[in-house]
Design a binder for this molecule. Structure first.
Ligand code: GCU
Length: 592
């Protein structure tokens, strides 16, 4: 007889209620790329019930039947229909004032009408992003979960779905915890919920799970390598076609994996000429498609070379943050970000501090913008915790698996401003190594700290990086801009440095001559002073202003800030440009 049957109050004393679910987390290895295949959107109204104390897991809300309240034999604490109707995707923080700062779990429920298609068809739930972790239940049965607040996951529903109506429940939880990535302290807003698309993907019994195709680095732009991974360890072959390159080739597949290198001389992708090629890979009944740009990014000494030509990355950082959408991005919001980057004269965006929506790199591919994509190994992390490393590495590998074919992404950032300890060094060197193993075609970077004793750019992590990121705020947090010159004079990094952040707060409309903090005038002067040093330092090969838009941060509570970090070149309305925007645009034009 079960514990509950003996003691109906057992759940009150059971703190092991969440044990076992983590074993059902899916990872990058099981991620299914969309591959241009049709999906059924599950966007729209879902019932949502907040669950601050994890009652849903303690009392197994997911296992309760649909008996109407009038016929309950015993009282309950959960009733699906009593939940609020909310739109998915969305951040719960912005749906009701009383939910603004909610940090806990929430139960999303909707009906899923299932009619199986061709025999052997498989069904996958594709969740593009939920912060921070999620558990999925179909008809009361746990089918899997995921952790990582900004990366996608694929959960197979095939065995759990019944013909006709099914109850689909997703528990999302956004608590900040010391063992998570990021940890519980960061300078952005902790949104929660199913904030990106939730879709159903139907696939044949054996399908293409992931595929990668790129120029072979160092091949003189004349060789393309591709890998294809199937859903199952079967032998056979796939056919890749790139019609515009006259490529049609068979790829031998052994135990579910195939590799092929073929000669080709594609028109190279670049910001000036963002050429994309239609690529198709067929295996059995499955067709995978993508539009891929072929380019080479590498470093040589202290320069960064794109297709063999030195480049300077002139740009800005940007958060996923919106006054009405929160962390949810839609296409209009993303296209506005890229338009503003263009108006700034930028060729580069740093997607801070976590994987952004998949559409950002897809549009950047079309528009010809270079991107630094990163995982939120941010400030303090529980660097000695193996589970925390596994979480960070999985977020990195999910980002790489999702965006591996995006020409616009030129570097993977493995961390930001992390104090140097032996545990941090091992953790981040491990991530850098893993990034290169997963993707030898891109650079690896991190925003490093400077050596304060020597006041120089020195970080042993740099031995594992291709590009050293430096966040510097000389003229803001450290008043004396001369310290930037001192840092440059003391440093000889031996590899390219990108100023991965530099900026000053400004409240729009607050003006003043000289170093008036939070004034538009000082923010503008700040960039003139930065560029005067950066432009004449040969080993600085990029600069990302911090940042494009003001964004929510609860750490910021002065009268100038009122819950926003105001280093944006544009206010949080994403319309009002501050004086610094035009000044920096001019500086970039002159730098070009
Ligand atoms: C740091 C940090 C950012 C933060 C910024 C600031 O460099 O990386 O995430 O928002 O400083 O203080 O504005």
């Amino acid at each position: 007889m079960g514990k509950a049957a003996i003691d109906p109050f057992a759940h009150l004393h059971d703190e092991g209620y969440a044990d076992g679910f983590a074993a059902g987390y899916v990872t990058a290895a099981t991620l299914v790329q969309g591959g241009g295949r049709p999906v059924e959107s599950l966007a729209g109204p879902w019932r949502m019930t907040l669950d601050l104390f994890d009652e849903g897991l303690r009392q197994k809300w997911y296992a309760e039947d649909d008996t109407p309240p009038s016929q309950w034999p015993t009282p309950r604490d959960y009733e699906i229909e009593a939940g609020e109707l909310v739109q998915v995707p969305s951040c719960w923080n912005l749906l009701k004032p009383e939910w603004t700062y909610f940090e806990g779990a929430a139960w999303y429920t909707r009906d899923l009408d299932w009619r199986s298609g061709a025999s052997g068809e498989r069904a996958f739930l594709q969740i593009a992003g939920a912060n921070y972790s999620l558990l999925v239940f179909v008809n009361g049965r746990f089918v899997g979960g995921h952790r990582g607040g900004s990366t996608p996951c694929s959960l197979e529903l095939t065995q759990a779905l019944e013909p006709g109506s099914n109850r689909l429940q997703i528990m999302v939880e956004n608590r900040r915890r010391a063992d998570r990535v990021p940890m519980h302290h960061f300078d952005w807003f902790n949104y929660g919920g199913l904030y990106r698309e939730v879709e159903l993907l139907r696939l044949p019994a054996t399908f293409i799970r992931q595929a990668a195709i790129a120029l072979v680095p160092g091949s003189g732009f004349r060789a393309i390598a591709m890998t294809v991974k199937l859903s199952d360890p079967v032998d056979g072959s796939a056919v890749i076609t790139i019609p515009e390159l006259g490529v049609e080739a068979s790829v031998a597949i052994t135990a579910g994996e195939g590799r092929l290198t073929l000669e080709a001389a594609p028109q190279l992708w670049s910001p000036a000429s963002p050429k994309l090629y239609e690529v198709e890979i067929r295996h059995g009944a499955d067709l995978w498609r993508d539009r891929v740009g072929f380019r080479e990014i590498r470093t040589e000494g202290t320069t960064i070379l794109l297709n063999g030509e030195p480049i300077f990355l002139a740009g800005a950082c940007v958060h996923e943050d919106d006054v009405t959408l929160g962390k949810t991005s839609n296409e209009a919001d993303i296209r506005r970000r890229i338009r503003h980057a263009r108006e700034l004269g930028a060729n580069f965006l740093r997607l801070a501090h976590y994987p952004h929506h998949e559409l950002v790199a897809l549009i950047a591919d079309e528009e010809g913008l270079l991107l630094w994509a990163e995982i939120p190994v941010y400030w303090a992390i529980d660097f000695g915790n193996a589970e925390t490393y596994a979480d960070a590495e999985n977020q990195l590998l999910e980002l790489v698996a999702r965006d591996i074919n995006r020409a616009s992404i030129v570097m993977w950032g493995v961390g930001n401003e992390n104090a140097d300890t032996d545990e941090r060094y091992r953790f981040m060197a491990g991530l850098a190594t893993r990034a290169r193993l997963a993707d030898p075609t891109r650079l690896v970077a991190a925003a490093c700290l400077i050596n304060r004793e020597r006041f120089a750019i020195e970080d042993r992590l740099a031995d594992h990086l291709d590009v050293i990121g430096i966040n510097e705020y000389f003229g803001w947090y450290e008043p004396d801009v001369a310290n930037l010159e001192r840092l440059v004079a003391n440093s000889d990094p031996g590899k390219p440095v990108v100023i991965s952040e530099t900026g000053a707060d400004a409240l729009f409309g607050h003006r003043g001559a000289g170093r008036v903090l939070f004034s538009e005038d000082w923010q503008a002067e700040f960039y003139r002073l930065q560029m005067a040093v950066i432009a004449r330092t040969p080993w600085i090969r990029g600069m990302a202003a911090w940042l494009l838009y003001d964004f929510r941060s609860e750490r910021r509570q002065t009268g100038f800030q009122r819950g926003f970090n105001r280093k944006g070149l544009i206010a949080e309305d994403k319309t009002t440009k501050k004086a610094a925007f035009a000044v920096l645009a001019e500086l970039y034009r002159n730098q070009g």
